[in-house]
Design a protein around this ligand. Structure first.
Ligand code: TYM
Length: 320
């Protein structure tokens, strides 16, 4: 099975990125042909400072390696290092109905807020389709917010195949049940644009402070509480073993505890979980040349595959 996914370097990764997507990247690198990339061309629709974008891109690679992405198993590369995908994007653009993109959430949201959208944001899902189709990907591990884009990708692949004959493999999204939509500190979806994120690699003290700021209701301590639908409990569950989760659920139902205790337990679990990634991160941060070499090797492997698919598509469409 060929697995592929991308992540934007728009700042530091947060818990939503890890539990919704990166955790799947790490699992799926075993026993599959896996491609993971840093989507700097997509990030260009929001990050407009060149030095910052370069820095975020490098740090994204460091974070992924620190979290357990193994470059001897998976191909790790930067999106813009594979120009074949941008060429493929044009071919797909010619079979993309405007109406399909007008219904896509990122663009629709921006327009609804009265903000000016550029053509890059409008065509964002087409580039994403090229990212995926360019590698004959079977499975795309993502959080729930990306499922609409995978559907667009399937639509475009279907239209192209219909017009020009079998060219692209139709991919499937892979979304985890327990973390399709990780909540942020306010209970909404964790997202940078909602300012409710907890970053994976912020200093331990700052992380603890953010955890202590997670919004909770004002039910008195004595009152029993239902863990279902409680976003603090959901966050705790992400880090907990099944036994720890069951014990915490029992504590909720019994009552007689303060949310502060749950937050402290969550911070302890997060710290323990992050001990190894934090120390791996130190290694990669102090070896930037090794990181660059990994990305260069990944790009050359990725270009080989993307070139093959691009030539197939060009031939079928009559531009080769
Ligand atoms: P991005 O960079 O916004 O997010 C990266 C991954 O993290 C997931 N995610 C979440 N999952 C669960 N709960 C949350 N609160 C949460 N927040 C983020 C996202 O679903 C995503 O899987 N367009 C993509 C990047 C991309 C891509 C691709 C992905 C570009 N080309 C090709 C797959 C295949 C994006 O903006 O993800």
């Amino acid at each position: 099975m060929r697995v592929l996914s991308g992540i934007q370097p728009t700042g530091r990764f947060h818990w939503g990125n890890y539990f919704g997507a990166i955790r799947q990247y790490i699992d799926l690198q075993h026993g599959n042909e896996a491609y993971y990339f840093i989507a700097n061309l997509h990030a260009l629709t929001t990050v407009r400072e060149p030095a910052l974008l370069r820095q975020y891109t490098h740090e994204a690679a460091i974070d992924l390696l620190a979290l357990g992405l193994d470059p001897t198993k998976a191909t790790l590369y930067v999106q813009s290092d594979v120009p074949e995908v941008s060429e493929l994007c044009w071919l797909l653009m010619t079979v993309t109905p405007m109406g399909l993109l007008e219904r896509c959430v990122a663009y629709k949201d921006k327009k609804a807020k009265g903000l000016a959208a550029d053509a890059g944001l409008f065509a964002y899902p087409v580039l994403m389709a090229a990212d995926i189709l360019g590698y004959d990907s079977d499975v795309v591990p993502v959080g729930a917010d990306q499922v609409q884009h995978i559907e667009v990708c399937r639509d475009l692949a279907g239209s192209f195949n219909h017009l020009f004959g079998e060219t692209f493999v139709l991919p499937k999204a892979k979304v985890l049940d327990d973390s399709a939509k990780v909540p942020g500190t306010d209970g909404e979806k964790m997202s940078k644009s909602y300012n409710n994120t907890i970053e994976l690699f912020e200093p331990a003290k700052a992380m603890r402070k953010k955890i202590m700021s997670i919004k909770t209701d004002s039910r008195p301590m004595e009152q029993p509480k239902d863990p279902a639908g409680d976003h603090l409990f959901d966050l705790y569950s992400l880090f907990a073993t099944p036994q720890q989760r069951d014990e915490m659920a029992a504590l909720y139902r019994r009552g007689g505890f303060g949310y502060g205790e749950v937050k402290k337990a969550l911070a302890d679990l997060a710290d323990a979980f992050l001990a190894e990634p934090r120390s791996r991160r130190e290694h990669w941060a102090s070896h930037p040349d090794e990181v660059r070499a990994i990305l260069a090797d990944g790009a050359s492997r990725a270009r080989k595959k993307a070139g093959e698919v691009l030539r197939r598509a060009q031939k079928n469409a009559g531009v080769r």
